[in-house]
Design a protein around this ligand. Structure first.
Ligand SMILES: [Zn+2]
Length: 423
C-alpha cells in the first residue's frame, strides 16, 4: 500500500499537472497558429498567383491588341475614306496647338489638359472642352492655320472626301463675316494644296442661337455661297440638351432657297427628343449621331419609311430621300451616351439596312479617334469585312453634299473608293 500523500504534496502535484496541461495547450496552440498561418500564407500565395496570371493575361491582351493595331492600322489608313462629320473646333491636333502657342509648351500643355479627354465624361464636361479652343482660334491667322492643319491631318489619315463643320463666332479680332471668309479662304487654299482630297464646309447653327441671329447667319452663308463653291451644307449642332425646334424654318430655307445640304444632330440624348419628329419630317439629308432614334417606334418608322435600297437600284429622283446616319463611335462612348462601342446603335441600324457612315466628330478631344482608328474599331466590334467598309464609304460619298448637289467632279474619288486605293 503506497504511503498516503500529504496535502502539501497533492498541491505540488496539481501545480505540476496544470503546468504540463498549460504547456500542452501552448504547444497545441502554437501548432494550430502555425497551421493557420500556413493556410493563410498558402491562400495569399494562391491569390497572388491568380492575380499574377490575370495581370499576365491582361498584359498579353494589351500586347496582342497593340500587335494587331500595328499590323492592321496601316491597312485601314491606306483605305480611302469619307468623313462627313468632323468639327473644326474639336479636331485640332496636339501638334497644331503647340504650333499655335508659338512653341510655348507649358501653355500648350495647360490647354491640352483641358481640351483632351482622358476618360468618358458627361455631355456638359465634353462641351466645356471647346471653350478653351475657341480662345486660341480668336485671331484670323490661327483660324486659318487650324483649318489647313486639320485638312493635312485628314489627308495623312487616308481621307479622300472631307466636310469640315464650323459655326462662325464674333471674337475680339473677327466678326462672324470675317470668320466665314477666313475659313472659306483656308479651305480654298487647302483644295489647291491637296488635290488628292475633296474638302468642303458645312456651317453650324448652334441650338442656342435665337432666330434672328440664325437668319443673319443664313444670309451671310448665301453671300459666300454665291462667291465660292466651298460651302455645301448647314447643320444643327450645339448642346443637345437644348431644343432646336425654333430653327426648323432656317433649315427649310437653306435647302429651298440656297440649295444647301442639311444635316442635323438629333436624338443625342434620351432626355431631349422634343424636336426629332419635326426635323425628321423635313427629310434631312443626313442625321448626326441619332443615338436614341431606335428607342422611339415613331422615329424608327420614319427612318424605315424613307430608307431606299442603295446600290444599283438608286435613281436620281429618290436619292434625296435617303437618310444616312453619321455614327461617331468613340465620341458616343466618351460623352457617355453609350457604354461601349459594342453597345452602339450602329448594329441596330445596320441590321435594318439603313446606310451608315463612320465619322470622328472631335478627334482632337477624344483619344484614339482618328478616322483610321474609328474604321478599325468598327471593323473589330461589328465584324466588318473590307467589302463592308468599302460599301460604307460608297454610301457616305453618295450622301455627301458635293455629290448630292453636284458641286464638283467626284469621278476620281469614286474610283479610289471602288478600287480601295489612295493612288
Ligand atoms: Zn458632332
Amino acid at each position: 500500500m503506497p504511503p498516503k500523500k500529504s496535502g502539501k504534496q497533492n498541491k505540488k502535484l496539481t501545480i505540476q499537472q496544470e503546468r504540463v496541461k498549460a504547456d500542452r495547450e501552448a504547444t497545441q496552440k502554437a501548432i494550430q497558429d502555425k497551421n493557420d498561418h500556413t493556410l493563410l500564407d498558402n491562400e495569399i500565395a494562391e491569390r497572388e498567383k491568380v492575380a499574377a496570371a490575370e495581370r499576365q493575361e491582361f498584359e498579353n491582351k494589351i500586347a496582342l491588341t497593340r500587335q494587331i493595331q500595328e499590323n492592321f492600322l496601316p491597312r485601314f489608313q491606306k483605305m480611302p475614306k469619307v468623313e462627313l462629320h468632323a468639327h473644326l473646333s474639336g479636331s485640332i491636333s496636339r501638334k497644331t496647338i503647340e504650333f499655335l502657342m508659338n512653341s510655348d509648351l507649358k501653355r500648350a500643355k495647360q490647354i491640352l489638359s483641358k481640351y483632351h479627354l482622358n476618360e468618358p465624361k458627361d455631355m456638359d464636361r465634353v462641351f466645356d472642352t471647346f471653350g478653351i479652343i475657341h480662345e486660341i482660334l480668336e485671331k484670323p491667322e490661327a483660324l486659318r492655320v487650324a483649318t489647313l492643319e486639320m485638312v493635312r491631318d485628314f489627308v495623312k489619315d487616308g481621307c479622300v472626301y472631307l466636310e469640315i463643320r464650323t459655326g462662325p463666332k464674333n471674337t475680339p479680332f473677327m466678326t462672324k463675316e470675317t470668320y466665314l471668309k477666313v475659313v472659306v479662304d483656308a479651305v480654298k487654299e487647302a483644295q489647291l494644296e491637296h488635290p488628292q482630297i475633296k474638302v468642303f464646309l458645312v456651317i453650324s447653327f448652334d441650338r442656342s442661337l435665337v432666330y434672328e441671329e440664325a437668319n443673319e447667319l443664313l444670309h451671310l452663308i448665301g453671300k459666300f455661297q454665291l462667291e465660292t463653291n466651298v460651302i455645301v451644307g448647314v447643320e444643327l449642332g450645339g448642346n443637345p440638351k437644348l431644343s432646336g425646334i425654333h430653327l426648323l424654318s432656317i433649315f427649310q430655307l437653306a435647302r429651298r432657297f440656297h440649295g444647301l445640304g442639311v444635316t442635323l444632330h438629333l436624338a443625342e440624348l434620351e432626355s431631349q427628343t422634343d424636336d426629332v419628329l419635326d426635323y425628321l419630317m423635313m427629310l434631312p439629308d443626313r442625321v448626326g449621331h441619332g443615338t436614341f432614334l431606335h428607342t422611339n417606334p415613331k422615329f424608327v418608322e420614319m427612318m424605315s419609311f424613307y430608307k431606299i435600297p442603295l446600290g444599283e437600284f438608286i435613281c436620281s429622283e429618290n436619292q434625296n430621300k435617303v437618310f444616312i446616319l453619321e455614327i461617331c463611335l468613340s465620341s458616343n462612348v466618351y460623352s457617355k451616351t453609350v457604354p461601349s462601342i459594342h453597345d452602339s446603335h450602329f448594329k441596330y441600324w445596320k441590321t435594318k439596312g439603313v446606310p451608315l457612315s463612320i465619322c470622328t466628330d472631335d478627334k482632337g478631344v477624344i483619344p484614339g479617334a482618328t478616322l483610321t482608328e474609328e474604321y478599325y474599331k468598327a471593323a473589330v466590334a461589328f465584324s466588318l469585312t473590307t467589302a463592308d467598309l468599302i460599301q460604307i464609304n460608297i454610301d457616305a460619298l453618295r450622301s455627301s453634299f458635293a455629290y448630292k448637289y453636284n458641286v464638283t467632279d467626284l469621278r476620281d474619288t469614286w474610283r479610289k473608293i471602288h478600287h480601295n486605293t489612295l493612288e
